[in-house]
Design a binder for this molecule. Structure first.
Ligand SMILES: [Zn+2]
Length: 283
């Protein structure tokens, strides 16, 4: 290595460490929406939403449950259900390796966290998808848990709520993951035929097989502000239809304007809005 490069590297390290000093780990978080440095404690108090620009930070399934349900009321079900890698799939890396990594990162057995809960004292069954677990993708376990969530609500004659953030079907499970679209949809149809409410919340991003099944089959579809909502990605669509897509295509706001969703609700108002809708629909 030429001697000049040593100096360059040193300068870069200096710049990086200066940046680190300005934003110490665990105290400040830089907002991807407006680049402001936000005090983490304040950000947490604000439901992980930027007070300057309303950017909704990604949050875990547990944080969503804490945000939506009455304190201590969530009773998790089917927590130990896990994927058996039915196809023994090896892509860029083995599916079992992706599963192990996701389990370690999230502490979950798969991407869906489901259970009974109270929302402002109203009984519901709730299913939440955690994007950090392999992009919140729906394989056999997510499909089965969401189906059981809906079926339990039907059996107990109470509302069902889902909160999605997902890249779509889990392709490492091939055809089995696609079957979950039909399975969850059939459960929604039975719940609806029983005259029971279903509210779907779409967080950033909700795409692919989750958009194309239970997430868009609800009586009321709510999105978080600026959430990406779509089926295929914009590049694929542009290549297929050979047309330039409109600005803001696939944002929650665009979907609301075009009638695909019913409302956009800030994270801070989500719980109150859902409990009001439950009252309005009658449980
Ligand atoms: Zn911001």
């Amino acid at each position: 290595m030429p001697i000049g490069d040593w100096f360059k590297k040193e300068q870069k390290d200096d710049a990086q460490s200066a940046e680190k000093r300005a934003v110490p780990d665990g105290v400040w978080e830089k907002c991807p929406g407006c680049n402001e440095a936000l005090f983490i404690k304040e950000l947490e108090r604000n439901h992980m939403v930027c007070s300057k620009c309303d950017y909704h930070f990604p949050i875990s399934a547990q944080q969503r449950i804490d945000n939506l349900t009455d304190h201590g009321s969530f009773e998790e079900l089917w927590a130990e259900m896990h994927s058996e890698d039915p196809l023994h799939f090896i892509g860029v890396k083995a599916y079992t390796m992706s599963l192990d990594k996701a389990k370690k990162t999230t502490g979950l057995q798969d991407a869906a966290v489901c259970g009974r809960a109270l929302i402002d004292g109203r009984r519901v069954v709730l299913g939440v998808i955690d994007f950090k677990f392999i992009g919140g993708s729906m394989g056999a376990v997510v499909g089965e848990k969401i189906t059981r969530t809906i079926e339990l609500a039907t059996a107990e004659e109470i509302p069902v709520i889902t909160v999605s953030s997902s890249g779509g079907a889990r392709m490492q499970e091939g055809m089995i993951s696609l079957m979950q679209m039909a399975k969850t949809s059939a459960a929604v149809a039975r719940h609806s035929a029983a005259g029971l409410p279903y509210i779907s919340v779409m967080a950033n991003p909700t795409t692919g097989g989750v958009t194309a099944s239970f997430a868009t089959l609800a009586d009321i579809i709510i999105a978080e502000p600026r959430a990406l909502i779509g089926f295929a990605g914009p590049r694929v669509i542009e290549q297929t239809i050979k047309q330039k897509l409109p600005k803001d295509f696939q944002t929650a706001e665009f979907n609301l304007q075009h009638g695909q969703i019913d409302m956009i609700v800030d994270r801070a108002n989500m719980k109150r809005t859902i409990s009001r809708i439950i009252d309005y629909m009658g449980s």
